[in-house]
Design a protein around this ligand. Structure first.
Ligand code: PMV
Length: 370
């Protein structure tokens, strides 16, 4: 598929108003996306577990308006929020060619997260995917009406097309958001080992996932709840002219190809090695860019060492991964839930800010609520 497949014919709809509502989860990458080209095209492929408890719930109410400017209000957790407006304005500008109704309506965007605000958890993946899904549902409502009233041949809104275009639109808001529409595992970025993979949208990992990796658990340890030290758009730019960039991009293709085998053959040892190495490589890229950053905190390292000791002494299959920040995602199989949560409570909570952590598990993707 190409960008053109997502460009509808221009249309005028006589729908005056309506509303739609979606919830969409966050995701955690196992092979990391870090580095992009123009229009949010990733420099390398990535794969993530879709989460289920950390999600954004968004309702968009639309009303026909005069004039050609974009018009929208954002209400975040019950209060009007001006801080999100520039990001959404830029997003609308980027996607209007694919959603031609954006200038015809006023949008009231009411949104909230299930995870605490300023927990240091990036809400862009869940937030942008929820908004993209709402806009897709609006397009579906508007074009259904056009088809009925003018019996015009229009785009086919089957669920496969709907999800692909939702992922495509979400990507233009925040790259990793394109991996939140479906679950349990989603690949984004063209790579030889995944036949239908694309740079334009995420695709579900359709191989048989070994029972060792089903219902995987993710305990998110909140080490630092502050604002991110480096925004991801600044972070991705650090890969331009980075001395190790091309080798890193190559490595991501190799790790994804091997992880595909591991996820189907159940090899937990290699899973742990690939996932932890990916997390540390992401941080190594930031430490070796110019300017350079250390995004881990002393407690991040303490937690990592504790996880290694626990794995060594108990034979557990626990491992960690990191996003572009100090928080630690502790990954483990479902059948180790009891012992790992005991370990977290007795040994790791002390390193979390205010003792906070979030228990999550792998999920199946976004849900339409209304
Ligand atoms: O989607 P962005 O632009 O916020 O980038 C996110 C990148 C990482 O979270 C660090 C890795 C990933 O693949 O999710």
């Amino acid at each position: 598929m190409t960008e053109q497949d997502f460009t509808p014919k221009s249309y005028t709809s006589n729908v005056e108003s309506g509303s739609v509502k979606w919830e969409s989860p966050s995701n955690i990458a196992l092979v990391k996306y870090w580095g992009k080209r123009e229009s949010q095209i990733p420099e390398n492929p990535s794969i993530s577990f879709t989460l289920s408890n950390c999600k954004t719930i968004t309702e968009v109410t639309y009303t026909k308006k005069e004039g050609t400017d974009f018009s929208f209000d954002v209400i975040f957790e019950g209060e009007k929020n001006a801080a999100f407006k520039p990001k959404i304005q830029t997003f609308f500008e980027r996607v209007e060619g694919y959603l031609p109704f954006l200038r015809d309506y006023h949008f009231k965007i009411e949104t909230s997260n299930t995870f605490p605000h300023s927990s240091g958890i990036a809400s862009s993946a869940s937030g942008m995917s929820a908004l993209a899904l709402c806009l897709m549902s609006i397009e579906e409502q508007l074009t259904k009406n056009v088809i009925q009233s003018e019996s015009e041949e229009f785009q086919n809104f089957n669920s496969d097309f709907f999800n692909k275009k939702a992922s495509f639109i979400a990507r233009l808001g925040s790259g990793s958001a394109c991996r939140s529409i479906e679950g349990e595992l989603v690949v984004w970025g063209e790579t030889k080992s995944i036949s239908d993979s694309s740079d334009l949208f995420g695709v579900m990992f359709t191989e048989n996932i070994h029972s060792n990796f089903q219902n995987y658990q993710d305990a998110i340890l909140l080490v630092d709840k502050g604002e991110k030290q480096v925004s991801s758009s600044v972070g991705h730019k650090l890969m331009y002219g980075h001395p190790f960039a091309s080798k890193r991009f190559e490595q991501a293709h190799e790790n994804l190809a091997e992880l595909k085998e591991v996820l189907t053959n159940g090899n937990q040892k290699r899973f742990i090695e690939i996932v932890e190495s990916e997390a540390l490589t992401l941080h190594a890229m930031m430490m070796t860019s110019m300017p350079y950053f250390i995004l881990m905190k002393p407690n991040t390292l303490k937690i990592i060492n504790k996880i290694w000791e626990f794995r060594q002494s108990t034979g557990s299959n626990i491992c960690f991964t990191l996003d572009a920040g100090a928080n630690v995602h502790v990954l483990f199989p479902e059948d180790e839930q009891k012992k790992v949560y005991e370990f977290i409570k007795s040994e790791l909570v002390a390193y979390c800010q205010n003792g906070h952590y979030i228990c999550d598990t792998v999920g199946k993707g976004a849900k339409k609520l209304a």
